[in-house]
Design a binder for this molecule. Structure first.
Ligand code: TMP
Length: 215
């Protein structure tokens, strides 16, 4: 495969969206290959329709396994329509959330089992995994306080409404994943000011993308 697949992960309120918005133009300016930013759940028409269904605060009756299957279905379509073709064309694909989100949120947050969720996602992705994952870490209380403070800018969805215990399980799972896969997952301290977090991400990506980095 010619391209490079990189993902960003983090609990709610880690600031991924703001970091990526500032990071992508800077990154592109350093690189000789095109950078494609995409996100999950979503990134393709069918996947965005599934996103609406999953995150709609009105869908209170949604079963946890149904939710996990929908995330995996959304991911499958996104992978077929966007990620694989972009990688085949030699692009640097940066995806805002991927399988680790399902392991953390559905596996640990919803308590349906991290191993089961991972296995189901392997069916959906046929084993495609990012070469590097930047995990933006914040304590759950900080993340939730940020969401409250920016409620106007962001849709307050079904997952944001979960208890602090849910968000702590999610963060715990991310920290375990990072400890299990230190070669893939790089933890970034996202409690720092935005400009510093962006700088830390750029420095991390520099080593992964060295071959395409402009002097
Ligand atoms: P976002 O805030 O990064 O757009 O993500 C939307 C929500 O979807 C967020 O609360 C995390 C959740 N999510 C999962 O629960 N499982 C998944 O597999 C993905 C991709 C997202």
């Amino acid at each position: 495969m010619a391209g490079t697949f990189i993902t960003f992960e983090g609990p709610d309120g880690a600031g991924k969206t703001s970091v990526l918005k500032a990071l992508i133009p800077k990154l592109q300016a350093h690189l000789s290959r095109p950078v494609r930013l995409t996100r999950e759940p979503g990134g393709a028409k069918i996947s965005e329709a599934i996103r609406e269904l999953i995150l709609d605060p009105a869908n209170t009756e949604m079963d946890a396994r149904t939710e996990a299957l929908l995330y995996a279905a959304s991911r499958r379509q996104h992978l077929r329509e966007v990620i694989r073709p972009a990688l085949a064309a030699g692009e640097i694909v940066i995806c805002d959330r991927f399988v680790d989100s399902s392991v953390a949120y559905q596996g640990a947050g919803r308590q349906i089992g991290e191993a089961a969720v991972l296995e189901m996602n392997q069916f959906a992705t046929e084993g495609l995994a990012p070469v590097r994952t930047l995990y933006l870490d914040v304590p759950s209380s900080t993340g939730l306080a940020r969401i409250e403070a920016h409620r106007g800018d962001r849709q307050y969805d079904r997952l944001d409404r979960e208890s602090i215990a849910f968000h702590e399980r999610v963060r715990g799972a991310y920290l375990r994943l990072a400890a299990q896969e230190p070669g893939r997952i790089v933890t970034i301290d996202a409690t720092k000011p935005l400009a510093q977090v962006v700088e830390d991400c750029l420095n991390t990506l520099h080593s992964v993308l060295a071959a395409s980095w402009l002097a």
